[in-house]
Design a protein around this ligand. Structure first.
Ligand SMILES: CC(C)(COP(=O)(O)OP(=O)(O)OC[C@H]1O[C@@H](n2cnc3c(N)ncnc32)[C@H](O)[C@@H]1OP(=O)(O)O)[C@@H](O)C(=O)NCCC(=O)NCCS
Length: 137
């Protein structure tokens, strides 16, 4: 398994996996993606979205056939190694991200408040949503 920055040729595979995991959303083509690749197949995705006021980790998804092997962890580590600043995310599984060094954000970036008003957040449990941050060391 190898984690690498996505290339344009990966985009169809990225959208396909995102759709299967119901992680697809408008504006995906503007995000910076990483993929986990094994035997020529994209088995995991994660993206960095640059908002005006923060950086967001989004669209983390691992093919169900390849879970519980550390692929998600490797993808989060690859993404958080690069950005120049703190990385935020919104999730309904905060326990997973706590194990990866994220903590509950003391304040919610304005971009996240705006995002909640868009179709991106439709269908998700707002009451379970936690905004978290991993500080740049
Ligand atoms: C959540 C997800 C990314 C985990 O990927 P993964 O490659 O299986 O995760 P890893 O192998 O790196 O980590 C496994 C660990 O995470 C834990 N874990 C897995 N899914 C979890 C969940 N939903 N909630 C809390 N912990 C979880 C496992 O118990 C395991 O713990 P351990 O190391 O103590 O044994 C994957 O299940 C997935 O794609 N889910 C659907 C999409 C999703 O929910 N994305 C996150 C949106 S914010």
């Amino acid at each position: 398994m190898r984690v690498r920055r996505a290339e344009p040729r990966d985009f169809d595979d990225i959208v396909d996996l995102a759709r299967r995991l119901e992680l697809d959303h408008a504006g995906m083509d503007e995000d910076i993606f990483w993929v986990a690749e094994e035997s020529g197949e994209v088995i995991g995705i994660v993206a960095l979205r640059k908002h005006p006021d923060c950086l967001e980790l989004c669209s983390l998804g691992i093919d169900p056939a390849h879970r519980e092997r550390g692929v998600g962890r490797a993808m989060v580590e690859a993404l958080t190694a690069e950005p120049p600043g703190d990385v935020h995310l919104a999730t309904v599984i905060p326990e997973y991200f706590e194990a990866l060094g994220f903590v509950r954000a003391p304040s919610v970036p304005d971009s996240f408040i705006e995002k909640r008003k868009t179709p991106w957040c439709e269908g998700c449990r707002h009451d379970l949503c936690a905004v978290m941050v991993r500080k740049k060391p």
